[in-house]
Structures are given as structure tokens and as C-alpha cells.
Design a protein. Structure first.
Length: 194
């Protein structure tokens, strides 16, 4: 059974980003996919040092267990949905620490992410989505992950902290729903071709 991992890069418990990532995973739960959710809230993931230690070891030389735990879940998943709150037109720093390190380890270890399917979800009160969304798309692209489209970008408009605000963004929910439909089609096709 194919597995989709959803990661919320928000450090707020029960926040809007978590709500939208869980919403996407619930749509997968209605199909023949297994899902798992990880929140970075409460985890310690230090930034990449750019030491290239992973070039020889094929694993990150920093020894914080939270990174290794999340990275292994990413490797094991067939699909990845990565959500980030947008505060100053960029991806949350804690999430970028994870993605930078995961990208470097993947770079030197071959094809651990190649052929996976996934995409980003960003959440902002008003503006800044485009830059953060582009940051995440660039990460998916350079890691050889297939990104299906949707009827618009998978962004949520939510200003108040707490999931109740994201739940009111019907347009955003519709775009996420369409994205999940397309991601499901691609993953099923890849399973048949594989």
C-alpha cells in the first residue's frame, strides 16, 4: 500500500498549517492510501552546516534524533505533502532546516526521493505565498519529486491563529482537494508502471 506523509512546518499546535495538511491527508484516507502526519512542533532540528559530511557517509553527521526520525519517514513515503506557515514571505526556518539537510543527504545518497510524488501547501494571512510556495516547489524539483498541478496554487488564506480560520477558506480547500485528486492519479499510475 502506498503511503503519503504530511509534514506541518508550523510550530503552533492545532494551527492553520496543521489543519490544511491534515485536511489533505484525510482526503487520501478516503482512497487506498496509508497516511502519516508529522508536526515539527516540539522537535529540534538544527540548520544544515554545509559541512558535506554526508557526502561520504550518506547520512547527516549532526546527531539530533529528530532530524533522523523525520528524514527516515520521508524516505519511506511514496508521497510527500509539506506545509509551511508564511510569516515574512518565506518558508518557516525550522522547516527549511529539515529540508536543507534532507536535500543534502539525498544529494549524496542517490535516489532516495526520486520518483516520489508531492507538493507544497503554504498558509498566510494576506501576502507572501508566492515566494514561500516557490521555495518549496524548488525543493521538490531539485530532489527529483513529481509535483502534480491543481486548479490554482495550494495556498490557504488564514489570519487568526488556530485552525478555525483555515477551515473557512473554501477556495483554498477546493484547490487542495483538486491537488490530492491529481496526486492520487499520478501515484496510482506510477504504481501500475512500476
Amino acid at each position: 500500500m502506498q503511503k503519503v506523509l504530511g509534514i506541518s512546518g508550523s510550530l503552533r499546535e492545532n494551527g492553520n498549517t496543521e489543519y490544511l495538511v491534515r485536511y489533505a491527508l484525510e482526503l487520501f484516507d478516503q482512497t487506498s492510501f496509508k497516511t502519516e502526519f508529522i508536526s515539527l512542533q516540539g522537535l529540534t532540528i538544527r540548520p544544515c552546516r554545509g559541512c558535506y559530511g554526508c557526502k561520504n557517509t550518506e547520512e547527516c553527521t549532526q546527531k539530533d534524533d529528530d532530524f533522523n526520525f523525520v528524514y527516515q519517514k520521508m524516505v519511506e513515503a511514496d508521497g510527500l505533502i509539506i506545509g509551511s506557515p508564511v510569516y515574512f514571505s518565506s518558508v518557516h526556518p525550522q522547516l527549511m532546516a529539515l529540508l536543507d539537510r534532507a536535500g543534502f543527504v539525498r544529494l549524496w545518497s542517490g535516489k532516495r526521493f526520486s520518483g516520489k510524488v508531492g507538493g507544497p501547501i503554504t498558509v498566510a494571512r494576506r501576502a507572501g505565498h508566492n515566494m514561500a510556495f516557490a521555495q518549496l516547489l524548488l525543493w521538490f524539483f531539485i530532489n527529483d519529486i513529481i509535483v502534480p498541478g491543481s486548479s490554482y496554487w495550494t495556498v490557504g488564506v488564514a489570519g487568526a491563529s488556530g485552525a478555525r480560520d483555515a477551515a473557512k477558506d473554501e477556495e483554498g480547500l477546493n484547490h487542495i482537494r483538486r491537488f490530492v485528486e491529481n496526486m492520487t492519479k499520478v501515484m496510482k499510475a506510477l504504481r501500475v508502471w512500476g
